[in-house]
Structure formats: structure tokens, C-alpha cells
Design a binder for this molecule. Structure first.
Ligand code: 13P
Length: 339
């Protein structure tokens, strides 16, 4: 494909991922993460239960009205419904674009105690080619940044930003839209202002690296954290403060050419995540040059997991719960969420 057509295709996919006031769902939990959630909910931790849970979500009737794309984990890409239909075909039928988590988790950043860098660059181009051939249109890579005293170090910020940029460039070369997810995690008792300061540094560094590696911003989705106080902080912020600080931070670091912003939920409960997203789209609409939407995992389907409990008789009510959360998220994207 000619360079111009290739770029046009990336931009068109990225735009479709955030179109029509819809968002994305992350169902890309690694085996160990999903097993941990299963354990807490009393669900057996086997491949068959993970498959069955993904079937509950993917086959929820009407989900394509609220969700443009689903981020999958490798295991799910190859699985089928109980009736033998490949999940990729089910998604296509529902009008949901399939994507894939490409990072392989984190490892210690040598020389920087407590800090992590993300793995998965080594065989990335081979994996990208294979996924592109299977029809996956976008990908995700998560970098993890911890706030703790003077941390994050500059080394951690730049190492993660550089890995995200290398991943993004490799994705685009393979015709796959990168979701870049530099997550400043909520762990800790830091203030909301400290989160704003760190997130600004992280995003500044990320866009510097993306620029260095010539990543096409129109063919990229940013998946950031919202600006929040640490989960053990004494003082929590109301949605208007979260919205104002988040919008300010994004406006000062993210070029207007980026195709869209799709937040992670980061451990916020579903109502709080929706209220915060709603406040951005309701009160700051005129300040947003990009679509600002959701790419939640826990805030979109943790309630469904708790309803399902691994039991066939709960599938229908779990799907109703998932659909309701998807409706709430879309309402927040439109700035009309109320709870
Ligand atoms: P949460 O919405 O649960 O933070 O998950 C989003 C995600 O994709 C984490 O990588």
C-alpha cells in the first residue's frame, strides 16, 4: 500500500474507534489478572471459565450500540463461543472492532527500586504481522508509573515513554492503530495536585518520544489516567475538580491532532468513573479538541462479573448489567449521565 493510503487507513480506523459518541471496552486482562478477579468472586480459575466469561461479554445483545471496539487478550482471539463461533466473528457481527493487548506485563527497572518498565518489544513485529493477518485492527500497550515520595524517577518516565513510542511506531508500520496507555496508578496517598504534576511530565515525555519516532498522531488513541488523588489519600476530589485538572493537563500536553482520548478507569468504581468523564464532556466540552471517551475494564464489566459468578443461570442478568454499564458510559461520553 502506498504511504498516503496506509496513513489514511490508520486515521480512518482510529476515528472509527471513537466515533458516534461511543467508546471502547478492555477485556484484555492477562490470565493472572483475570484469575485474581475470579478468585475474589469465587469463580474457578481455568481457561474454560475465562472463555465463558468472555463469551458473556462479547455476546451481550446490543453491545455495538455503545462500544466501538474491544481490546482482547491473546487467549480470547483464538477462542469460540460454546456454539463454535469464533469470538472474532461474533464481534464483527456486533459491529465491534477487535483489538489486541500487545504488552507482556512489566519487569523491574534495573537500578530503580520499586519502578517498572513494560516488556514485549523483542518479537513485536512478528506478533503484529500475525495479528494483522487475523483481522485485528488496533492494539494496546500499558506503561506503569508509580507515585511514591520523589518517584517517579526521570529514568522511569522516559523508559516507559520510549517503549510506548517504539510500540506505537511498530504498530503503525503493520497497519494497526496503537492505543498508548501511560498509566499513572492510583496506589498511594498522594494529593490530586501531585497526580496532575506527574501525569503532565509523563504525557510531555510521551509526546516527545512519539514525535522522535515519527508516529502519526492522527492514527493513535491515547489512553490516560484521569487526574485523581491517591486511593489512600485523606481528601478525595469531586468530579468537577477531577474534570478541570484532567482537561487542563491534557490540553497542555496532548496535540489536537491525536485521534481520541479514551480513559482507563484505574480502580475507580463505575459510578465515580462515569461522573468524572461526564463532568469533562458536560462542563468542558468547548475546550476539548479530541473525542474524550472510555476504554474501561473494571468500571465497565466488574459488576457483570460479580453477577455472573461463573454460573450459566446468571448469564442473562450479567449481560443486562454489562449493557447497563455500557449505556452509563455512553451517557457520560455525551455529558448526560446522572446517577
Ligand atoms: P481499568 O479500566 O480497570 O483500569 O482497565 C483498563 C485497562 O485496560 C488497564 O490496562
Amino acid at each position: 500500500m502506498e504511504h498516503r493510503d496506509h496513513t489514511r487507513q490508520l486515521i480512518s480506523t482510529a476515528n472509527a474507534m471513537v466515533a458516534d459518541f461511543k467508546g471502547l471496552v478492555a477485556i484484555d486482562e492477562s490470565v493472572s489478572t483475570l484469575n485474581k478477579r475470579f478468585e475474589l468472586a469465587g469463580i474457578p480459575q481455568t481457561e474454560e471459565y475465562r472463555r465463558a466469561y468472555r463469551e458473556v461479554l462479547i455476546t451481550t445483545p446490543g453491545i455495538g450500540e455503545y462500544i466501538n471496539g474491544a481490546i482482547l487478550f491473546d487467549e480470547t482471539v483464538h477462542q469460540k463461543t460454546l456454539a463454535g463461533i469464533p469470538f472474532l466473528d461474533e464481534l464483527k457481527k456486533a459491529g465491534v472492532i477487535p483489538g489486541i493487548k500487545l504488552d507482556e506485563g512489566t519487569e523491574d527497572l534495573a537500578g530503580f527500586p520499586k519502578e517498572k518498565v513494560t516488556k514485549g518489544l523483542d518479537d513485536l513485529s512478528e506478533r503484529l504481522t500475525a495479528y494483522a493477518n487475523q483481522g485485528l485492527k488496533f492494539a494496546k500497550w500499558r506503561g506503569v508509573i508509580l507515585i511514591d515520595g520523589d518517584l517517579p524517577s526521570a529514568a522511569c518516565v522516559v523508559s516507559n515513554a520510549h517503549a510506548l513510542a517504539r510500540y506505537a511506531a511498530a504498530c503503525q508500520r503493520a497497519g494497526i492503530v496503537p492505543i498508548v496507555e501511560p498509566e499513572v496508578i492510583m496506589d498511594g496517598n498522594h494529593t490530586i495536585q501531585r497526580c496532575a504534576e506527574v501525569t503532565e511530565k509523563v504525557l510531555y515525555s510521551l509526546f516527545e518520544q512519539l514525535h522522535l519516532l515519527k508516529v502519526e498522531l492522527g492514527g493513535l488513541i491515547l489512553k490516560p489516567n484521569m487526574i485523581l488523588a491517591g486511593k489512600d489519600a485523606a481528601e478525595k476530589a469531586d468530579p468537577e475538580l477531577v474534570a478541570r485538572l484532567t482537561v487542563n493537563c491534557l490540553r497542555s500536553t496532548v496535540p489536537a491532532t491525536v485521534a481520541g482520548i479514551a480513559f482507563l478507569s484505574g480502580g475507580q468504581d463505575p459510578v465515580t468513573a462515569c461522573r468524572n468523564l461526564n463532568a469533562m464532556n458536560l462542563n468542558h466540552k468547548a475546550e476539548l479538541p479530541w473525542p474524550v471517551t472510555y476504554s474501561f475494564s473494571r468500571a465497565l464489566h466488574q459488576p457483570a462479573l460479580e453477577v455472573w459468578k461463573g454460573k450459566a443461570e446468571n448469564v442473562k442478568s450479567a449481560q443486562e448489567s454489562f449493557l447497563q454499564m455500557a449505556k452509563d458510559c455512553r451517557a457520560a461520553r455525551l455529558g448526560v449521565f446522572s446517577s
